[in-house]
Design a protein around this ligand. Structure first.
Ligand code: DSN
Length: 413
């Protein structure tokens, strides 16, 4: 029996992914091996507990898969302990907070409006409801985090936990300085490396491992694994972290996804991954240079990592209008607040662009310049449907030269 209705949806999504230029900074294309592990029979298993200590029988192979993922994560990120069970980044951060804090403790973290994450203390999120939050942000002049200012706030507020990490920050994060400040004020340091995990593995960004008490990450962004997350930590926090994940906030782990994390961690340990990671940054710089040449204003003036934050205030349209127009042209981005934005999150002044997905498809610097020119054309003609359609034709041609899963041919699912 075939579910024709859903098969149609899945084929259509393959077509959409194949025929569009994906600049969502948090997305990527996992390998077929990762996708196969996701859809493996481990999806059928229940295994509350941890390897060697499960509540259900029949976990020999679930244990082996989870142990592989744990061993690989520890080796790759050079950490004492890894918990590979968190279903996503939010529960990973939640478990880390529960492990390190009591209810009502104070957290110092990056403001969502300046590039932080919802789970870093936003009022509408559990983190902002259960803990007292104080924020640091970026400087108005530079668009960058000023470590002296972070230190001043930390000394004044004396938080129990400092969170370093972001979802829309185009610059390198100085984990070492965060570590020093945390030590000085007697706080724990949590680094949320969800966006940059793949860059850290590839040597393109400073690793927080020597400085952080706990490191959380998703596994599907620059790391290019399955949708999911992990928590890594120093030995002394291992028990508390494991207890916070299970039975604290999760029940049965997703064994198929854990297997896929093991695959992704293996792939990330291969020499090609370093090249891919370097190319992500080269591509982001090439796109940033092109956009500047085309008169765009970039927050912080450029990028050190995989993402670019464009402030469209000088272009006469909002981030929402830009993302809708770009989608018509086959270019997929997300609207984004820019620091000190005077607009709202649902109609902000900016867009966020990232290069991991295109890098996986083999785009190089010269391709990124072309992408920048197409973005510019689309923004200049954002109200002209036929112009956007013509650009979409160009996008399809470019995409054809970079097949999503070349091994699978045209109907790859
Ligand atoms: N939604 C993710 C992002 O796009 O950055 C963060 O959770």
């Amino acid at each position: 029996m075939h579910d024709i209705e859903l098969i149609r949806v899945l084929y259509a999504e393959v077509g959409r992914q194949q025929n569009t230029i994906n600049l969502i900074a948090s997305e990527n294309y996992a390998s077929l091996a990762v996708l196969q592990a996701c859809s493996s029979v481990l999806s059928n298993k229940y295994s509350e507990g941890y390897p060697g200590k499960r509540y259900y029988a029949g976990n020999k192979y679930a244990d082996e898969a989870e142990n592989l993922a744990i061993t690989r994560a520890k080796k790759l990120f050079k950490v004492d302990h890894a918990n590979v069970q968190p279903h996503a980044g939010s529960p990973a951060n939640m478990a880390a907070y529960f492990a390190l804090l009591k209810k009502g403790d104070k957290i110092l973290s990056m403001d969502l409006a300046h590039g932080g994450h919802l789970t870093h203390g936003s009022k509408v999120n559990f983190s902002g409801k259960l803990w007292r939050i104080v924020h640091y942000g970026v400087s108005k002049e530079t668009g960058k985090i000023n470590m002296n200012s972070v230190r001043r706030i930390a000394l004044k507020e004396r938080p129990k936990l400092i969170v370093a990490g972001a979802t829309a920050y185009p610059r390198a994060i100085d984990f070492k300085s965060f570590g020093n400040i945390a030590k000085e004020v007697g706080a724990y340091l949590l680094t949320d490396i969800a966006h940059i995990a793949g860059l850290i593995v590839g040597g393109q960004h400073q690793s927080p491992a020597p400085y952080a008490d706990v490191i959380t990450t998703t596994t599907h962004k620059t790391l290019r694994g399955p949708r999911g997350a992990m928590i890594m930590c120093k030995r002394e926090h291992a028990k508390a972290i494991d207890k916070a994940v299970f039975p604290g906030i999760q029940g049965g782990p997703l064994d198929n996804i854990i297997a896929a994390k093991a695959v992704a961690l293996f792939e990330a340990s291969q020499p090609e991954f370093k090249e891919y990671s370097e190319q992500i940054v080269k591509n982001a710089k090439a796109l940033a240079d092109n956009l500047i040449k085309n008169g765009f204003s970039l927050v912080s003036g450029g990028t050190d990592n995989h993402l670019i934050l464009v402030d469209l205030s000088n272009k006469g349209l909002t981030g929402k209008e830009a993302s809708i127009a770009l989608e018509k042209a086959g270019i997929i981005v997300n609207m984004n607040m820019v620091p000190y934005d005077t607009r709202t999150p649902f109609n902000p002044s900016g867009i966020r662009l990232g290069t991991p997905a295109l890098t996986t498809r083999g785009f190089k610097e010269e391709d990124m310049s072309l992408v920048g020119d197409l973005i510019s054309l689309a923004i200049e003609n954002w109200q002209d449907g036929s112009h956007l359609q013509r650009i979409e034709g160009e996008v399809r041609k470019i995409c054809k030269e970079h097949p999503l899963y070349p091994q699978l041919g045209r109907h790859g699912i």
